[in-house]
Design a protein around this ligand. Structure first.
Ligand SMILES: CC(C)(COP(=O)(O)OP(=O)(O)OC[C@H]1O[C@@H](n2cnc3c(N)ncnc32)[C@H](O)[C@@H]1OP(=O)(O)O)[C@@H](O)C(=O)NCCC(=O)NCCS
Length: 184
């Protein structure tokens, strides 16, 4: 399981490494290279828009997640996230982080819907978001120019009911007992 805590100034050098990693950048929407000053500006902007969080495995920071673009009247906001170290991909950490962030959005902030966009060729992200209850809403054609070619964007959203269903499956998955687990 992962933990989320507010981004600290001491995270900035690590965040700079993450955002400059070519495999992370490939699926994101910013310019390279990113200086420490760029990271600071980005986090300060994120703080104005909504609390930015660092994703932790134990004490170790592995990525960023947050909510922004709050539209209070309609009880909707947007979400962004990445796991900054490819060595940590494929172990369910992103799903855990997204489910934790969504629980905060629906339970604590009493929102009705959370939306996001991702590159249409980001299969890893798409399948992870579907597991978290997100549904594809639209495809925006040729929205990012990446490595010499155009890539579509997929817009996705999850509402309260969809999140509740995904949460049951997530709870079940986190309750799976392995041979090594102590009997409870
Ligand atoms: C996308 C990202 C957040 C996924 O993180 P992660 O920790 O690997 O995600 P998880 O392990 O929780 O889930 C990944 C799922 O995709 C599956 N997967 C792995 N590689 C895949 C691939 N090439 N194609 C399709 N699915 C894949 C995994 O098997 C897993 O599903 P499972 O739970 O059924 O096993 C991470 O790779 C990342 O930060 N990438 C760079 C930046 C980025 O894409 N950010 C998101 C922008 S919207």
């Amino acid at each position: 399981m992962v933990g989320l805590r507010p981004v600290l100034e001491s995270d900035y050098p690590l965040i700079q490494q993450w955002v400059n990693h070519p495999e992370v950048w490939r699926y994101m929407d910013y310019e390279l290279p990113s200086s420490l000053e760029d990271v600071r500006d980005d986090i300060e902007r994120s703080r104005i828009e909504g609390e930015p969080f660092t994703i932790l495995v134990g004490d170790r920071p592995i990525g960023r997640i947050g909510l922004n673009q709050f539209r209070r009247r309609d009880r909707i906001c947007s979400m962004y996230m990445f796991i900054g170290e490819p060595a940590f991909w494929g172990q369910g950490y992103a799903r855990d982080a997204v489910m934790t962030m969504l629980a905060f959005a629906f339970d604590r902030l009493d929102l009705e819907q959370v939306e996001l966009w991702t590159l249409a060729d980001n299969n890893r992200a798409l399948s992870m978001y579907v597991k978290c209850g997100f549904v594809e809403e639209a495809r925006l054609r040729r929205r990012s120019f990446k490595e010499g070619g155009w890539v579509d964007h997929v817009v996705m959203s999850v509402n309260r009911e969809e999140f509740a269903k995904a949460r049951e499956a997530w709870d079940d998955a986190t309750r799976i007992v392995t041979h090594d687990s102590p009997a409870s």
